[in-house]
Design a protein around this ligand. Sequence first.
Ligand SMILES: C[S@@+](CC[C@H](N)C(=O)[O-])C[C@H]1O[C@@H](n2cnc3c(N)ncnc32)[C@H](O)[C@@H]1O
Length: 253
Amino acid sequence: MIAHRQLVPGRSPREASVIPVTTRWVGSWRVSIDRKPYAAQELAHLYNRSASGWDRLVALLGTCSAYQQIFQRLVGSGALVAQNGPLKVLDGGIGTAAMALALAQCWPGALDLTGVDLSTDMLSRAASLLAQQGISANLLRGDIASVELVPQSFDLAMIGHVIEHMADPSEALSSVLKSLRPGGRLVLVATRRSWLSLPVQLRYRTHRWASAETARMLRFAGFTDVAPLHGVGGAVFQGLSFAMTARKPLDTE
Ligand SMILES: C[S@@+](CC[C@H](N)C(=O)[O-])C[C@H]1O[C@@H](n2cnc3c(N)ncnc32)[C@H](O)[C@@H]1O
């Protein structure tokens, strides 16, 4: 049983529900600007409106080719292992399935794909793009922090550009860890803290997690072998995002 733990040390639940944008000292005054993140329902609505053009946008930003490079590297190094039959994959916050489609191009065998998303329209678009490639998937509308997933069932979990929507990703990371089989692999990509990502933060009210902070959160959640995936993608992807991989320890339930 994996207990839920607060992963953002020192932040009260009230503080965790706002996004610090900037803090400056003006003489003896500390001036802060914070933003209220979207609630799950608002986020679903926002992504419903973006769904029809989302796959074209991520292709344009070089995200799809960066995802492909990630999976080429992991497949090439033998880091992805299917235990019985197809590779069992969880795509948390699947969006329009950019990660799953990139994986399908690199994985030589069959995939058994489960995708979770808050947005029904993103899920519909994912279903149609996956079907075009002959990939069937179990698509679930829900929050990755609370959706019911079979424990220890996945060989690979992917979370692409999703944790930045969370003030505290601890529940989502615990839920994903629980759903992985011992030794199962996580691939996580998130928006990095940079000037380039500022428009994303303003539009989507996202948190800008630093990669070191994210690595710490993953270790704290119980993941092991947490390692950055350097040098994937082009300049835009690298300016906007960071990628890392981790594993569920073999001795964890
Ligand atoms: C920036 S998009 C990324 C989509 C896809 N993973 C990709 O890399 O292209 C974020 C997606 O995560 C979904 N999302 C955000 N928070 C979520 C949560 N807590 N549970 C499930 N889906 C979530 C949104 O609805 C949206 O489709």
